[in-house]
Design a protein around this ligand. Structure first.
Ligand code: CP
Length: 311
């Protein structure tokens, strides 16, 4: 397989297992490129990409922009907070005005689930979902799975636990799709109030006891409590959450084996993960960030190849 089966990256749900392997093999090449003295390739000199962020971001926004620049694409950045969205312009009007400036590809983060899919059906451009509300964050899941593959050699057969606020997390859903397609075993762990019951239908296990979940797994992905998405209290206090579901060094060291710790960022140090764990040798958080650039280069390159050489 040399081309992706999709024309947009809207969610991991729509990708085949072969797409994931193709993205990883392409990212292997780009990871080697970004570690060279000259980190740039001329591959996408004819492509213009618009990064549209309707919601805050540090890692994803900078990582996409860097990936685009490393591929020599022309890049424009749009932030809703400083735009005519504030004057009432619709999403489709906004994007069509940007496309009229001869833009080929749109990377979009939006607070509404389904926004990327909606856009792909209503405008004439390749769309990459950089996170749509509580729905999917496909490039995050790709870089997480790529980092697990890098650490263990492969994802198939590995036991991964995703810990924390699953209910409000687009990272959790995309990770579940990616890890299951790649043959990993997946468990979710967190307070019952933050574990959606219907997720069991996706073939994942549930473990309410963090220590048992950590004893079982090869790698733990520690998610942030997303207070900004909560309309009510889901647990008595942050202190109690940290006692039951926070990963501190004493708990990590009490396990009968060494596990790998992931976190998508931003970290709430001292809540879901302690500084000692986040900064320990077992955490691969900054490797994830480095791999994010290579993964986004791969996704952009593979989708752009379909624009440049339509089949
Ligand atoms: N992991 C992630 O999506 O981080 P940002 O919100 O900073 O982009």
């Amino acid at each position: 397989m040399s081309q992706l089966s999709v024309d947009h990256l809207l969610g991991i749900k729509y990708l085949k297992e072969e797409d994931l392997h193709l993205i990883f093999e392409t990212a292997d090449h780009f990871k080697e490129v970004i570690n060279r003295k000259i980190k740039k390739v001329p591959t996408l000199r004819d492509i213009t990409i618009a990064n549209l962020f309707f919601e805050n971001s540090t890692r994803t926004k900078l990582s996409f922009e860097l990936a685009e620049k490393r591929l020599s694409a022309d890049v424009i950045n749009f932030s809703a907070a400083q735009s005519s969205v504030k004057k009432g312009e619709t999403l489709i009007d906004t994007v069509n005005n940007i496309l009229a400036m001869k833009v080929d590809m749109v990377v979009m983060r939006h607070p509404n689930p389904g926004a990327a899919s909606f856009l792909s059906k209503n405008v004439d451009a390749c769309i990459i979902n950089a996170g749509d509300g509580t729905h999917e964050h496909p490039t995050q899941a790709l870089l997480d799975a790529f980092s697990i593959r890098e650490k263990f050699g492969e994802v198939a057969g590995k036991k991964i636990v995703i810990v924390g606020d699953i209910l409000h997390s687009r990272v959790a859903l995309s990770n579940i799709f990616a890890l299951k397609k790649l043959g990993a075993e997946v468990k979710l762990c967190g307070p019952k109030s933050l574990l959606p019951k219907h997720y069991e239908s996706l073939g994942v296990g549930i473990e309410l006891d963090l220590k048992k979940a950590l004893q079982w797994c090869d790698a733990a992905n520690m998610l942030r409590v997303q207070n900004e998405r909560m309309d009510k209290s889901y647990f008595p206090s942050i202190r109690e959450y940290t006692q039951l579901y926070g990963l501190g060094l004493p708990l990590l060291k009490s396990l009968n084996k060494e596990i790998v710790v992931l976190h998508p960022g931003p970290i709430n140090r001292g809540v879901e993960i302690s500084s000692q764990v986040a900064d320990s040798d077992q955490a691969i958080i900054l490797d994830q960030v480095e791999n994010g650039v290579a993964i986004r280069m791969a996704v952009i390159y593979l989708l752009a190849s379909k624009i440049m050489i339509p089949v």
